[in-house]
Design a protein around this ligand. Structure first.
Ligand SMILES: C[S@@+](CC[C@H](N)C(=O)[O-])C[C@H]1O[C@@H](n2cnc3c(N)ncnc32)[C@H](O)[C@@H]1O
Length: 265
């Protein structure tokens, strides 16, 4: 049921959400992480879990013999396919299905990327996503992904109702409701525990969206041309601040989302 709701949501917003100030702010960090993990490497097969409109698929395609771009949303996949075709990439397979069961054989994938908070959308079966990723990865293979952080600054300052729910969920993340979609949040120790149990060794965790998420919701999810120059300027300043402090443990804990990288043992 959740999957159907998620697919319907992204089918409906597919044409514009990825150009909102929020997602535009995330892009440079995703690009930097992808550059870090692809530099000087050649992969045989890479999976892009929850590829959406294909922003990261496009960055991964030059480094792999083949990329499998997987998403629930037909409209997002249509746009991802058009984006890759425009760029001339013919090594991408587009698969409309859930990431809860991956269509690859054991040990047949060199790297998995999943940016844009995809795994948090899988708020019930998220353990299955990690187990499946570990199953399909080759030993030494990389899993780089983003998940919601539990103690985000915006919630702590502005959302007493959610704060109470977070406090009631001890030792693990709670559900954050975003546009009627429940998203699973994670604590740092929880995500480390889950990864280790799945056979994945965490190698890097950084926070993103710390102060930037304090901007009003209408600004965050507005298009840059709609929000005005002053908000665009505020966004640029906060993005720079977040980029600089997101690697510090105290600030990472307050981040709305975290970028995590792990290696298959
Ligand atoms: C915020 S978008 C991010 C898209 C893209 N990675 C980006 O950063 O631009 C989240 C995507 O995850 C997809 N998604 C959510 N749950 C999924 C699931 N269980 N299986 C496959 N895709 C899923 C949604 O359809 C949506 O396209």
């Amino acid at each position: 049921m959740d999957e159907q709701r998620v697919a319907e949501f992204y089918n409906a917003v597919g044409c514009s959400y990825d150009r909102s100030l929020y997602f535009l702010a995330c892009d440079p960090l995703y690009q930097a992480e992808i550059a870090r993990f692809t530099r000087g490497r050649r992969f045989r097969r890479v999976l892009d879990l929850g590829c959406g409109t294909g922003k990261q698929t496009l960055l991964l395609a030059p480094f792999a013999d083949e990329v499998w771009a997987i998403d629930l949303s037909a409209e997002s996949l249509r746009q991802a396919e058009a984006r890759c075709a425009r760029a001339g990439f013919r090594n991408v397979r587009f698969l409309q299905q859930s990431i809860v069961a991956l269509p690859a054989e054991d040990g047949s994938v060199d790297a998995i990327f999943s940016y844009g908070d995809v795994i948090s959308h899988v708020n019930v079966a998220y353990l299955q996503v990690f187990a499946e990723s570990a199953r399909v990865l080759t030993p030494g293979g990389l899993m780089a992904f983003e998940v919601d952080g539990k103690w985000e600054l915006d919630m702590l300052l502005h959302n007493p109702e959610e704060r109470a729910r977070a406090r009631a969920t001890r030792g693990m993340g709670h559900l954050r409701i975003w546009r009627d979609i429940p998203c699973k949040t994670f604590t740092g120790p929880e995500i480390r525990r889950i990864l280790l149990k799945a056979g994945l060794r965490p190698v890097r965790i950084r926070g993103v969206n710390i102060f930037h998420c304090l901007l009003p919701e209408t600004v965050l999810f507005g298009l840059p041309q709609e929000v005005g120059a002053a908000w665009r300027m505020a966004s640029a300043v906060l993005q720079r601040l977040d980029a600089a402090i997101g690697i510090l443990p105290g600030f990472c804990r307050l981040a709305s989302t975290r970028l995590v990288a792990a290696v298959k043992r």
